[in-house]
Structure formats: structure tokens, C-alpha cells
Design a protein around this ligand. Structure first.
Ligand code: FES
Length: 66
């Protein structure tokens, strides 16, 4: 899904950048160009960042067995 329409950046790209060490909106901006246009994506990108840093393993992919 596109997060940044100005730069054509997807949530998958943002998650990959976080896995590769991005830990702030500034890091995402430096590595991908997030929020360098209109800035409308900044809040959404920060939400992805917070969720990914709080729960780095996508819990939708796993289920508890015990
Ligand atoms: S939507 Fe990302 S800078 Fe405009």
C-alpha cells in the first residue's frame, strides 16, 4: 500500500528500511525520501515506525501454540 504518494513509497519499503536500521522519521526521510514533498505522509509513516519498533515481528504471521 502506498504511504507516500509524492514519492511513491510503500509500507513494505518503510518496513524494510526499519528492519535495516531506520528508527526515526528523519531516518526514513533520509533513506527513502518520506515526507520530503507535501509532508502529508509523515504521521502515517510515524505510525508504521512506532508499531514496527514496538512489535518487530508481524504478529499477523504467527499464532501462539501453547
Ligand atoms: S505524501 Fe509523502 S511527501 Fe507528500
Amino acid at each position: 500500500m502506498y504511504v507516500c504518494l509524492c514519492k511513491g513509497i510503500t509500507d513494505t519499503q518503510i518496513k524494510e528500511a526499519i528492519e535495516n536500521g531506520a528508527c526515526s522519521l528523519e531516518d526514513l526521510s533520509d533513506s527513502l525520501g518520506v515526507a520530503q514533498g507535501c509532508g502529508g505522509c509523515a504521521g502515517f509513516a510515524e505510525n508504521i515506525l512506532r508499531r514496527q519498533l514496538d512489535d518487530p515481528i508481524d504478529s499477523r504471521l504467527y499464532y501462539q501454540v501453547a
